[in-house]
Write a protein that binds this ligand. Sequence first.
Ligand code: PHE
Ligand code: FE
Length: 295
Amino acid sequence: MNQPRRVEHQQTDKGYVPIYTTTVIEQPWEGYSADDHATWGTLYQRQRELLVGRACDEFLAAQDAMGMTPDRIPRFTELNEVLRAATGWTLIGVEGLLPELDFFDHLAHRRFPVTWWIRRPDQIDYIAEPDLFHDLFGHVPLLMNPVFADYMEAYGRGGVKAHGIGADALQYLTRLYWYTVEFGLIDTKDGLRIYGAGIVSSKGESLYSLESDAPNRIGFDLERIMRTRYRIDTYQKTYFVIDSFEQLMDATAPDFTPIYARLAEQPAIPAGSVLDGDRVHARGTGEGWLADGDV
Ligand code: PHE
Ligand code: FE
């Protein structure tokens, strides 16, 4: 039971993507097959092992607090009891990616859309679109963190606003989501850690983002991020590193309207560039920031 109801495919800035019905559906939990549960279990076990010492503590602790285990696909209703008590967020079941405005509106009301179906066994290592594993394993745990939970709501409200401003504003805001919620790294006292859902749900990128010398790791800078293109078909060429979730919240609190206007005057930055003034992190394993001129 893993056939989503696709409505159509559409060319967007994220490539040729399926567009699904916007209907909120109850998770058809009884309908999952033994294969579906086994796929969850395999992925859960593999990523958890890999992520100890690589994902931030908040993420790992939240998975435990929510009662996620490799044994079976979690029930949204059970997760919702814990989540509602912790931060007031609610998971809702959806068929897949939503149109932007619907997605923003859910976030603005502390509803997180989770794809109900899980990838097939032959898609264990890679699937081009978000499925239940990416959404639930990757995104949901940090909704337990009060600061991150507020950030996601603020993002949703900012999205509704940007949608009303125009396509450029939306693109800047989408880059912020990409480089934080999906592919963010965080500097901790124990070294660099992952918090982005796109990384934690990928075995290859969990290793690459922290341990490869290939990508840049650059200190969080709101306008720098909004100007930076991103890759959807390969691992990222650049990761942005926050010092704390509070930093993320504070840096995104100002009104973006004048920022969007200012950015329209500036060229986009290629995904792999390092610029003068970027704070560059030496390595994924906690060697700290390079001084100016060390790069
Ligand atoms: N401050 C942003 C605005 O005025 C809203 C926002 C907050 C966007 C947090 C993203 C994240 O549009
Ligand atoms: Fe995602």
